[in-house]
Design a protein around this ligand. Structure first.
Ligand code: RP5
Length: 166
């Protein structure tokens, strides 16, 4: 089995539907990844052990999703020098603004690259992880270039449809 390159972790199984979006993208690019539930508040010791061991296990990027008082990404970042991408979960009470602020407002010296709330954030977290891997992997970088071209093409097509009254 190939070594895990990207770890996807989340605070609870209630985050799974959203965080699966990140896994889907990584699977499409055939990047070895793992998905785990780890809670900064409910299983703090496991979070510490995971973060401390990640680099020696060969992990290159960690994607961490959490909601509410979303401290998972920040706590992981405090224990590792690997890049950590935080995905704020949408919440019923505060629509994910709570998660966003908890994830993004890190103190100087301990960065978490925070993406947008919910599914678009989970997808972007995976793309950002691919871009990080792409700095030393030409195949991934090339596929990302093709992906960007497709994005541009989709906007052109939308304009065409607009002008043709579709
Ligand atoms: C956070 O609390 C999790 O990341 C989740 O988004 C939120 C609610 O967790 P559950 O009560 O659904 O387990 O730690």
């Amino acid at each position: 089995m190939k070594k895990t390159k990207v770890s996807i972790i989340m605070g609870s199984d209630s985050d799974l539907a959203v965080m699966k979006e990140a896994k889907k993208v990584l699977d499409e690019y055939r990047v070895p990844n793992e998905i785990r539930i780890l809670s900064a508040h409910r299983s703090p010791e496991e979070v510490r052990k995971f973060a401390k061991a990640a680099r020696t296990r060969g992990v290159k990027v960690i994607i961490a999703g959490a909601g509410g008082a979303a401290h998972l990404a920040g706590v992981v970042a405090s224990h590792t020098t690997l890049p950590v991408i935080g995905v704020p979960m949408e919440t019923k009470e505060l629509k994910g603004i709570d998660s966003l602020f908890s994830t993004v407002q890190m103190p100087s010296g301990v960065p978490v690259a925070t993406v947008t709330i919910g599914s678009p954030g989970a997808k972007n977290a995976a793309i950002l992880a691919l871009e990080i891997l792409g700095t030393s992997d030409k195949k991934i970088a090339k596929r990302l270039e093709e992906f960007k071209k497709k994005l541009t093409e989709s906007v052109r097509q939308k304009n065409k449809n607009l002008n043709e009254g579709i």
